[in-house]
Write a protein that binds this ligand. Structure first.
Ligand code: UDP
Length: 252
C-alpha cells in the first residue's frame, strides 16, 4: 500500500515498484496529467540550498525514492523508504506495460540526437509504444513556447524530461500546467542510458546499492563533486536532522 513519508522535510510516496507502475499507468491512461519526480541523495542536497527545487518537489503529485542514499538516510531517521524506484528502471517497465495500451511518450532532454536514439531503442524494444516526439534539452527561454506548443499538439500521455536536477524539476514545475492531460516526469540521465551513450552499471552492482560508484567511475570529471562532496553533505544533512529530532525528544 502506498503511503506518504516525510524525509528531511520533503514528502515521498512510498510504494513497491509493481504498485508504482500500476499507479502511474492508470494516471497516464486516464490523462490525469501532473508532475512526477524521483528523489535521490543528490536531489536532497540540491533541494536543501535551492528553494525552487524544494518547492517543485513539494508541489509534485508523486515523489518516488531513488537510490541507496535515500534508503539508508530514511531508515536511519526511522522513516524507511525501502523501495528503490529510479526512473532508469521504472520507465522501461512503464513502456513495456503501456505498449499494449497505446501508451504514447514524448522525450525532452539530453544532447542533440540522444533523445531520438533513445526513442528508437524504446520503440524497438516495445513496438506497441507510440513515440509522440523528441526534442533535445539545450534550448533557450525564447524557444520554450514553440516547444510547449509542439508537445501540446503531439499530446503524449507521458512527457519525459531529462535535463538533470534541478533544471528538469523546475522546468516541469513552471510548465506542467500548460500541458493539460500530459503527465510530466523528471528522469535525469535516462536518455543517455537508453541511447547507450553511457553504460549502465552491471546488475549485481545495482543490487548491492553501488550504482553511484559506477557512475563516478564512468564520468569522474562531472560526478566527483556530486558523489564525493555531495554524499558528505547528504550525510551531514541526515545527522543534523537526527540531532534536531533528539533535541526535540529531550525537551518534550
Ligand atoms: N541536460 C539537458 N539540458 C541542460 C543540461 C543537461 O538536457 O541544460 C541533460 C544532459 O545532457 C543529461 C541529463 O540532462 O542527459 C542530466 O543527466 P544526469 O545524469 O546529470 O541527471 P541527474 O542525475 O542530475 O538527474
Amino acid at each position: 500500500m502506498a503511503d506518504r513519508v516525510s524525509f528531511l522535510n520533503i514528502n515521498f510516496d512510498r510504494m513497491p515498484e509493481s504498485e508504482a507502475i500500476e499507479v502511474l499507468l492508470a494516471r497516464l491512461l486516464k490523462r490525469q496529467g501532473g508532475r512526477v519526480y524521483y528523489g535521490n541523495a543528490h536531489t536532497m542536497v540540491t533541494a536543501a540550498r535551492n528553494p525552487a527545487l524544494a518547492q517543485a518537489l513539494e508541489q509534485g503529485d508523486l515523489l518516488l525514492a531513488d537510490g541507496s542514499g535515500v534508503r539508508w538516510g530514511s531508515a536511519f531517521l526511522g522513516t524507511p523508504l525501502v523501495h528503490n524506484l529510479n526512473g532508469t528502471d521504472l520507465v522501461p517497465s512503464l513502456c513495456k506495460n503501456g505498449a499494449a495500451k497505446n501508451l504514447s511518450i514524448y522525450l525532452l532532454g539530453a544532447k542533440p540526437n540522444v533523445a531520438s536514439i533513445a526513442a528508437a531503442n524504446l520503440k524497438k524494444a516495445y513496438p506497441g509504444l507510440i513515440i509522440a516526439g523528441t526534442q533535445h534539452g539545450y534550448f533557450s527561454d525564447s524557444e520554450t513556447p514553440q516547444i510547449l506548443e509542439a508537445i501540446r499538439v503531439a499530446r503524449p500521455h507521458l512527457l519525459l524530461v531529462a535535463m538533470g536536477v534541478p533544471l528538469q524539476e523546475i522546468w516541469i514545475d513552471q510548465h506542467a500546467n500548460l500541458l493539460p492531460g500530459i503527465t510530466c516526469m523528471g528522469v535525469g540521465g535516462l536518455f543517455d542510458f537508453v541511447a547507450l551513450r553511457i553504460a549502465r552499471a552491471p546488475y549485481f552492482i545495482r543490487v548491492i546499492g553501488m550504482e553511484w560508484l559506477w557512475r563516478l567511475a564512468m564520468e569522474p570529471n562531472r560526478m566527483w563533486r556530486r558523489y564525493i562532496i555531495g554524499n558528505l553533505v547528504f550525510l551531514s544533512l541526515v545527522l543534523s536532522f537526527a540531532s534536531t529530532l533528539n533535541q526535540g525528544e529531550q525537551t518534550t
